[in-house]
Design a protein around this ligand. Structure first.
Ligand code: ATP
Length: 913
């Protein structure tokens, strides 16, 4: 076992101290924790519970890193050569353009970094602590020494804790500290002072993960003083904006650059050998060719597009943890979603109570403890039915949630289902706080999705012990021997009756929970599985409503249009799942596959079933993993939701793991690609839409920039090969590429979704970005641009314009064609000449205005004339140029119609677009 390295700092031996002495040293109370004021003071004294941030790159370093690219080196070398040759203007222009380009890059990169930093903050972990005797959840940063922290499976421990309570076999995975990946058992007993970190069983360390069981601990160290804080090399994970696509493009850009430089060298050598051009002219032409052909701005624009996409998704509550997920989202073909809280609202209310002889309906709204009971349509007074009180008390005591009142609003702190049980108890006339005080909880077996029940042990004021159990009815029926009569006596269990009742409640779409009790031993202080297996007395069932989220119904329909199958994977009862699935309008709700059914199928048989069935009930995390694998084996790209610690393997295995931000454990979040800040299914559908949009925009940036480079280089190469006058000078190309094109291409990062984005099928996962369609487009538009440049240049000369004037016209034609092409590219999947297409977005309008302004400056400002050899143009020339742009747009629209049929056969019916 590895022990961490780090400076030897003298720390108190908390692990070897008795709990009481630790608590008194830290002036904390095990039942109430710290007070709010005290916590505030300690926060000021000890500082936030945060590890020191890795040093960020300063703005200066970031600025100068903009110069670190092959093209810039080529340009700087060119500036050097022109300076040596005494061409000072050329030198000046090259340097200014390089400088302007660096400023634009610097600003873009700053945007991308800020977007990612904001997301990191959204993922900041939370901790549950006791303050003033109440359990509250707060940002991990605010935890202070002396706080009592509550631990549950899947939690990341927020600070170093001396454990003061453990339940259900607390085990913690400490790999981050000790390298040991098998979870270690924790207990309360002090360990020898010399024990190594991995052997300090009485402690839970910051950054480690609770694998199972529950516990409480008092914070002994926070922030940099924790054991994790001492291992400085672990800190600081630098996120890079990279995905398979950007990597693919970066490699492409590198190869292209090498190729162009080689071609340029050959042209330079051939030109020098065979003559025709002077050295300076030739050298500048070759530099121009390099600038024209290398898509230098592309990687930066892709990065910004991704970052803007991530930022947009985060503001829509989908937090992307791993960037490649954005691309994978566009290929998702199946979404497997939890039911409770994701497809449903997780706002529960007990609507019915079934006892051995009666079925009560319960009225009320939300968690407000107002409402009552009806029996066969008549009002029923709760106190007339002692069994109702017995059931309600058991349900209350076997729950940990609390109700909170704010004005007329009642909310739950804790599990909403348990909150509904507390409300039920109030409606049955019990005083929840008083009951909990008088029947103090001594021990508990916490709920976990595997066992589907939870049990608590209580002592009443006379010292009598009672065990209360609640859980899934099928599970509890196996654990019960008898059932309670109206008088509270034990009678033989009528399994059939209860199963029929449970099915009837579930068929209404209600969740069913069974409640059972058992008398404990008088001096019993611990509870384990043997205490609750086999001889419980069933008191009754409760049915809870949890309506589907309205937005989820719409999102399911949207997914269906987008060719994505939605499957419900729930731990709940088959009947409840099927009823809710029908309300949500899932595709196939006639068959439900249950966990036990899955156990009976081998992988081959499961593969055959998963395609057809959409509702999976009583599923455990292991089943989820098998489902993901079966779907993937069928060629599906799967998004799977999860919240518990045991869901981590399924989340990792899925193409897109989606964790719940509100109710999910840290373990699930860390295994996931995407975290839903609102736990809402509709957010997943929105994320898919955003993912598709970002991918479209990346593609648009590529399809926009490459032909601009292509058109320019084609013009240069043709001119050089045929020994013609260059229609655009190298410096002018520098201007167009590094200023106008970059500004225009940037707007594509902000493009909203195309109207049909959720009406086309998912993108095949292996589809190359440089598809046949993209290659065709790049080639076609390159030719079009080069024809435009040459055509206008030749025409102007034929009309008697000077070379300078003709070149100014050619440059302006190129930029105007770019602007019109931008409007065309904005809609890859539909016509651009629509009202929406013409009006554009704000960034598009700003960029077009900026580029137009720059072109006016370029054309008419006297100093530009000095630098770029431009000449002012007449209004009629200007109008002709705009007409060429319009012509290009029209040609491209026609091309879009023709080519779509050839290259995009999967495109949807245009009438729907
Ligand atoms: P989903 O997987 O869609 O979120 P779920 O919340 O019903 O559905 P689980 O949390 O695994 O899934 O719960 C499974 C079953 O366990 C529930 O149907 C219920 O019968 C029982 N159950 C859930 N929460 C508790 C609890 N706090 N105490 C006792 N039993 C519970």
């Amino acid at each position: 076992m590895k022990t961490p390295v780090g400076p030897e700092v003298e720390t108190p031996q908390w692990h070897s101290a008795e709990i009481d002495s630790v608590l008194s040293t830290l002036k904390s109370d095990r039942k109430t924790g710290l007070g709010a004021d005290e916590a505030q003071e300690r926060l000021a004294q000890y500082g936030p519970n945060r590890l020191p941030e890795p040093k960020a790159r300063g703005p200066l370093v970031r600025f100068f890193s903009q110069f670190h690219s092959l093209l810039i080196y080529v340009l700087l070398a060119a500036a050097g050569v022109t300076a040596v040759l005494g061409h000072w203007i050329d030198t000046g222009v090259i340097l200014v353009v390089v400088w302007v380009n660096a400023v634009i890059g610097f600003i873009q990169e700053g945007k991308a970094e800020a977007a990612l930093a904001a997301i990191k903050d959204m993922l900041a972990p939370k901790a549950s602590v006791l303050r003033d005797g109440r359990r509250i959840t707060l940002p991990g940063e605010n935890v202070v020494p002396g706080d009592i922290v509550l631990l549950e499976p899947g939690d990341r421990v927020a600070a170093d804790l001396r454990l003061i309570e453990t339940r259900g076999g607390l085990r913690v995975q400490e790999a981050v500290l000790t390298g040991e990946s098998v979870p270690v058992d924790k207990s309360l007993d002090p360990v020898p002072a010399a024990a190594a970190l991995g052997d300090r069983g009485s402690m839970a360390f910051s950054g480690t993960m609770v694998a199972s069981g529950q516990g409480r601990g008092v914070v002994v160290a926070t922030g940099a003083n924790t054991e994790l804080g001492r291992i400085s090399h672990l800190i600081g994970e630098v996120r890079r904006v990279q995905t398979p696509l950007t990597r693919q493009m970066a490699v492409f850009a590198r190869w292209l650059t090498a190729f162009i430089l080689a071609v340029s060298a050959v042209i330079l050598a051939a030109g020098l050998i065979f003559g025709g051009y002077g050295f300076t002219e030739l050298f500048m032409a070759v530099v121009g060719l390099s600038v024209a052909a290398i898509p230098e701005g592309l990687p930066a624009i892709l990065t910004v597009t991704l970052a803007i996409g991530v930022q947009g998704m985060a503001s829509g509550n989908a937090i992307v943890r791993r960037l490649p997920a954005i691309e994978a989202l566009g290929s998702v073909s199946v979404i497997c979603s939890d039911k409770t809280g994701t497809l449903t609202r997780n706002e529960m209310m007990v609507a019915s109570v079934a006892t051995a002889e009666r079925l009560f309906n319960v009225s009320g709204a939300g968690y407000a403890p107002r409402g009552g009971f009806q029996l066969n349509g008549d009002v029923a007074i709760a106190t007339d039915y002692p069994l109702l009180a017995k059931l309600s008390r058991a349900a209350l005591l076997c729950s940990e949630a609390e109700l909170e009142r704010r004005g007329e609003d009642w909310t739950v702190v804790g599990d909403p289902m348990e909150g509904a049980l507390v409300t039920l108890a109030c409606k049955a006339g019990l005083d929840a706080d008083a009951e909990r005080r008088s029947h103090s909880q001594i021990d508990a077996i916490p709920f976990d999705a595997q066992h589907r029940f939870m049990a608590t042990l209580h002592h009443d004021p006379e010292g009598a012990a009672a065990i209360y159990v609640k859980g899934a009815p099928e599970r509890l029926l196996d654990m019960c021997q008898s059932q309670a009569t109206e008088a509270g006596e034990a009678a033989p269990l009528d399994q059939d009756y209860w199963r029929a009742q449970a099915d009837a409640i579930a068929a209404r779409g209600h969740r069913v929970l069974a409640i059972a009790v058992k008398a404990g031993e008088r001096d019993q202080t611990g509870l384990d599985f043997a205490d609750v297996d086999g001889d419980l007395m069933l008191v009754g069932l409760v049915g809870l409503i949890d309506p589907p989220r309205e937005e989820a119904v719409n999102a399911v329909a949207q997914c269906r249009d987008a060719g994505i199958r939605v499957k419900m994977i729930t731990g709940d009862h088959a009947g409840t799942a099927a009823a809710i699935a029908r309300e949500l309008d899932l595709e196939n709700t006639s068959r439900v596959l249950q966990g036990v059914d899955v156990d009976g199928l081998d992988d081959e048989a499961l593969r055959r079933q998963v395609q057809e069935i959409d509702v999976f009930a009583r599923m455990s995390p292991e089943h989820k993993l098998r489902l993901v694998k079966a779907l993937q084996a069928e060629g599906e790209v799967v998004a799977m939701t999860g919240d518990g610690v045991n869901d981590a393997p399924a989340l990792k295995c899925a193409d897109i793991g989606v964790a719940m931000g509100l109710t999910g454990s840290e373990a699930a979040k860390e295994a996931a690609e995407i975290v839903l800040a609102d736990d809402n299914f509709a957010t997943i559908a929105a994320a898919v839409k955003a993912g598709r949009t970002v991918y479209d925009n990346l593609k648009k940036a590529i399809i926009f920039l490459l032909p601009v480079n292509g058109g320019e280089s084609l013009s240069l190469v043709v001119a050089l090969l045929l020994g013609l006058t260059l229609p655009i000078t190298p410096l002018q190309i520098l201007w167009v590429n590094m200023v106008s094109s970059v500004v225009l291409a940037m707007t594509l990062a902000f493009e909203p979704s195309e109207p049909n984005v959720m009406r086309r099928p998912p993108r095949p996962p292996g589809e190359p970005i440089l598809s046949r369609f993209v290659l065709w487009r790049v080639g076609f538009v390159s030719v079009l641009f080069s024809a435009g440049i040459f055509g206008k240049f030749a025409l102007a000369q034929a009309q008697g314009a000077s070379i300078e004037e003709a070149r100014t016209i050619a440059v302006n034609t190129l930029v105007v064609m770019e602007i019109f092409y931008l409007f065309s590219v904005r809609y890859l999947h539909g016509p651009s000449m629509t009202l929406r297409g013409v009006v554009g977005t704000r960034p598009v309008l700003i960029a077009v205005a900026a580029v137009a302004g720059l072109q006016f400056l370029f054309t008419y400002a006297p100093f530009m004339e000095t630098f770029f050899g431009t000449r002012p143009l007449s209004l009629s020339q200007g109008l002709q140029i705009v007409a060429i742009g319009l012509l290009v747009l029209i040609i491209l629209e026609l091309e879009k119609r023709l080519v779509r049929a050839v290259f995009l056969p999967r495109s949807p019916d245009p009438s729907r677009a």
